[in-house]
Write a new protein. Structure first.
Length: 248
């Protein structure tokens, strides 16, 4: 939640003060990927890095969100209006967009900007950071040195098909053949059976990775660092909600 100690400022003047402060920071710190929205969700400020990452120009609609479909757009707007503006909550999510010629996942944190003089929410501060890994669970396993990892292998030698890449990603996410089949059916828009997925593992992935069962395949994929890879077809340009990590 962004607040300041300036008193007796109108909401408009306070938002201008915040924006000018960020402009000053951007002259010194060039790695900030930030965005400020007004309460009506119009864009009031974007940092130079945001403009580069999301390829924004002055000709773009001032209410733009990350390129997405109408369903996701409505969800994004609802989160901003109801959770951040109305309920004054900080919201975290994944934002996925093209950067440096490839699809890149970002962590996105949205915070209400509150004018202390009026106690009104005058805007939303959005901060983006690139993600260095996806699975916390697998990173913990790796840190315990359960598996010896080799990141020098050129995975292109396995000549994986798009479907094989998707199956590997979902397999390392802990999904069963039934759940993988269901997910791939939704992605492709056509029915894919559990037996088809079983066959893909048995007749294709086991052979390519020279293993005889799924336990051995899981271990080899993790040793090769496949948990760091995400199939580009599974990274649409959307914004995805993120739940809080809970230690128990």
């Amino acid at each position: 939640m962004y607040q300041a100690n300036n008193k007796n400022l109108t909401d408009e003047d306070f938002l201008d003060l915040v924006i000018n402060s960020f402009k000053n920071f951007d002259e010194i710190l060039h790695g900030w990927c930030t965005l400020i929205r007004a309460p009506d969700l119009s864009i009031k400020y974007t940092s130079p890095l945001y403009t580069k990452v999301f390829q924004r120009s002055e000709s773009i609609d001032n209410f733009e969100f990350i390129e997405t479909n109408p369903k996701h757009l409505k969800e994004q707007q609802g989160i901003d209006l109801n959770q951040v503006i109305k309920n004054r909550k900080k919201v975290r999510s994944f934002a996925i967009s093209e950067f440096d010629g490839k699809l890149q996942p970002f962590s996105l944190e949205k915070s209400p900007i509150i004018n202390p003089s009026t106690n009104n929410v005058v805007g939303i501060y959005c901060s983006y950071r690139t993600l260095s890994f996806i699975s916390m669970q697998l990173q913990i396993i790796r840190s315990l040195e359960v598996f010896e990892c080799d990141y020098t292998t050129d995975i292109s030698k396995y000549k994986l098909t798009t479907r094989e890449k998707e199956a590997i990603f979902l397999f390392l996410s802990g999904l069963s053949s039934k759940d993988i089949a269901f997910t791939l059916s939704k992605i492709s828009g056509r029915e894919i059976s559990k037996s088809t997925v079983d066959s893909l593992f048995r007749d294709q992935l086991f052979l390519k990775f020279e293993v005889y069962n799924r336990d051995a395949l899981f271990e080899k994929l993790l040793r090769l660092g496949f948990d760091r890879y995400v199939p580009s077809d599974l990274l649409p340009k959307v914004e995805l909600p993120v739940s809080e990590l809970i230690a128990y």
